[in-house]
Design a protein around this ligand. Structure first.
Ligand code: NAI
Length: 389
């Protein structure tokens, strides 16, 4: 079982899909691991550390993937990188089929079996493989730090000889995995934190971290533990009720997302204009369109004295530990793909089927079938035993 880790190709990405710690675990489980030389550089992991873990280093992407049974990445490949994917091999990454349709077509033609962390079922048993959660944890932590860096004020209360400084008021909108971590980080730095979400469960979780929950009575539980899209009327009500809360905050951290959809706009231009000068909005939903009307992904915008930071790819800003956690998620997922040193995906496991976009080049996922314009595949091979990759 040969597992290949090519260098990431997306501009600005500093993470790597496997770190030496994860490679060691995979090798102990019967995998051989090849990593492209320099792939760990952005995460401060030199080739030597991979070598010491028993990894073989290859000079380029083609050599890395040559003869591999499985290729793992952080992001989906582009079409050119997908063309190097070995015929019939497995692939694992954050793969959004609508954003990487060309690469998906190439992989389908190469009869690849493609798993996406974006689809991993959010169930207890899959938590150790939940890369969305591990990377959101990093993103939320970074959001808290970025807020403190951008605000020209203290987060904690200070009682000094020169006078007393009140603590910063932070509002976290969207108290999912990233939002909870942003709350915890802002609290650790001494801020007074308020939090808002549309899921019932978020209230107790935010409160357990010391935030005061802003309850507007708008509930929007969707499927799989996620939030659903709000109606226009609900969104309007939400914005009206939140305007005063936003205006009273020194910092607003926004993390609200709805899977597969544009992020909801929670902070309008009008609401920004009612914030005080020198206040800050950290929007980590920027890659999904942003929770603030003025957000520009990857840029800082100053409007009416308010700095709006559109954080693109926040987990990549802390690449070493983000890669460490991601590598653990990958190694744990690989445990569902092999048995006693042989590649044998557990096709009767909902975590495996639920994460699968393509099996042998044929779609197992409805929206992917639609995008490719082919029927959803059905496999009647009776489970794990005789199923190849
Ligand atoms: P996410 O990244 O899709 O969304 C972030 C947050 O934004 C969510 O809490 C969502 O409710 C909130 N949101 C969406 N629309 C909003 C709106 N209009 N206004 C305010 N907030 C809004 O979600 P994430 O963080 O990936 O996970 C969501 C939930 O999934 C978790 O909180 C948890 O319940 C569940 N989960 C379960 C796991 C498990 O193993 N059992 C693991 C991880 C998550």
């Amino acid at each position: 079982m040969l597992l290949a880790v090519p260098a990431e190709t997306r501009a600005g990405e500093r993470r790597v899909a496997i770190v030496p710690d994860a490679a060691k675990r995979l090798i102990a489980d019967g995998w051989d691991v090849t990593v492209q030389s320099g792939a760990g550089q952005g995460a401060s992991i030199p080739d030597d550390l991979y070598r010491a873990a028993g990894v073989v280093l290859a000079g380029d992407a083609r050599g890395t993937m040559d003869g591999a049974d499985m290729v793992v990445r952080v992001h989906a490949p582009d079409a050119a990188a997908a063309a190097l994917h070995p015929e019939g091999a497995l692939h694992l990454s954050f793969f959004q089929p609508n954003e990487e349709l060309e690469a998906l077509r190439v992989l389908a033609a190469r009869r690849a079996t493609v798993f996406s962390f974006d689809l991993l079922p959010r169930i207890g048993r899959a938590q150790s493989m939940d890369a969305l959660s591990s990377q959101s944890t990093v993103a939320g932590y970074r959001a808290g730090l970025l807020a403190a860096e951008h605000l020209g004020r203290f987060f904690p209360m200070f009682m000094t000889a020169a006078g007393t400084v009140p603590p910063a008021k932070v509002l976290v909108m969207g108290a999912g995995v990233a939002g909870l971590q942003a709350i915890a980080t802002a609290r650790r730095l001494g801020a007074v934190v308020h939090a808002y979400d549309v899921r019932e469960a978020a209230k107790e979780e935010a409160e357990s971290l010391g935030a005061k929950f802003v309850d507007l009575g708008v509930r929007a539980e969707g499927v799989g533990g996620y939030a659903r899209d709000l109606s226009d009327e609900e969104l309007f009500r939400q914005r009206e009720a939140l305007a005063a809360e936003v205006a009273a905050s020194d910092v607003v951290i926004t993390t609200a997302a709805v899977p597969g959809r544009r992020a909801p706009v929670l902070v309008t231009t009008d609401m920004v204009e009612r914030m005080g000068p020198g206040t800050v909005i950290i929007d980590i939903a920027a890659d999904a369109g942003g929770n603030c009307e003025l957000t520009e992904a990857g840029r800082e915008v100053v409007h009416a004295g308010v700095t709006i930071v559109g954080v693109a790819n926040p987990a990549s800003d802390m690449p070493n530990h983000a890669s460490f956690l991601y590598g653990r998620n990958v190694a744990n997922f690989c445990g569902l793909l092999s048995e006693q040193g042989s590649l044998r995906p557990h096709w009767s496991d909902e975590v495996v089927t639920g994460s699968c976009l393509l099996r042998d080049g044929r779609p197992l996922h409805g929206p992917t079938a639609e995008l490719l314009g082919v029927p959803l595949a059905s496999f009647e091979d009776g489970g794990d035993e005789e199923a190849g990759p």
